[in-house]
Design a protein around this ligand. Structure first.
Ligand SMILES: N[C@@H](CCC(=O)N[C@@H](CS)C(=O)NCC(=O)O)C(=O)O
Length: 217
């Protein structure tokens, strides 16, 4: 098996990164430094013309988009329990993953990279302010789910949705949202990060879980 994952520290690529570690398979981690623009080098654009992580290369086949990568890995590595195997739990886990990827994630992008949506500085500032409030609402929705975790968001195995919850809660810190104000998610995320396999991905990405900085008084 030849698997290579292109990831960036702290980015959404953490989700497949953590899942590959949980699966316990050999894979080649390839770090892309987004702040250095490595996603826009000619070589990387040949791989993914959209200039984004994650990219999974499986036996030479290039796969982009988190949802597709995770479904591919889930079929290939059932021992990882990336999603519940069947039934309602699987359906609802996929529904939550889709929402995280198509709504929560882009809401953060409107805060973090407003320049992708407008070249008007005043509009960018307004967008950031608006997006933070929408993002807070999204995290509160995840918090309601985390409050019912037993013990993970979708059952007995830690899965992709737990990993995405970690990434999204962590990003909230950059948006000025204190993760400890979302106690069920914060507890879940800390538990997830402490799993020995996940800790490998956290270590490789040098992730600090709580990046929130209280405003100076
Ligand atoms: N819909 C894509 C989103 C990927 C994405 O937004 N990746 C971000 C990191 S979280 C990225 O590579 N950003 C770099 C850039 O846009 O320059 C997916 O599901 O894979």
């Amino acid at each position: 098996m030849s698997l290579k994952l292109f990831f960036a520290p702290g980015a959404c690529s953490f989700v497949p990164h953590a899942m590959l570690e949980i699966a316990g398979v050999n894979f080649e981690p390839a770090m892309i430094k987004l702040h250095k623009g490595e996603q826009r080098t000619a070589d990387y654009l040949l791989l993914n013309p959209r200039g984004q992580v994650p990219v999974l290369v499986d036996e030479g086949d290039v796969i982009t988009q988190i949802v597709a990568i995770l479904l591919h890995l889930d079929a290939k590595l059932p021992q990882a329990h990336i999603f519940p195997a069947s039934g309602q739990a699987r359906t609802h886990a996929l529904s939550m993953l889709a929402w995280m990827n198509n709504t929560v994630h882009p809401t953060f992008t409107h805060f973090f990279m407003p320049q992708k949506f407008s070249d008007d500085e005043a509009a960018q500032q307004a967008m950031r302010t608006f997006a933070v409030e929408r993002y807070r609402e999204c995290l509160q929705e995840i918090e309601a789910l985390a409050a019912k975790a037993s013990p993970w968001l979708f059952g007995e195995h830690p899965g992709a949705v737990d990993a995405y919850a970690l990434t999204l809660l962590r990003w909230g810190g950059y948006a000025g949202i204190d993760p400890t104000t979302l106690p069920a998610t914060w507890a879940l995320v800390q538990r997830f990060a402490a799993l020995p396999a996940v800790a490998q991905a956290v270590e490789r990405e040098r992730l600090q879980l709580n990046v929130y900085q209280a405003p100076a008084t």
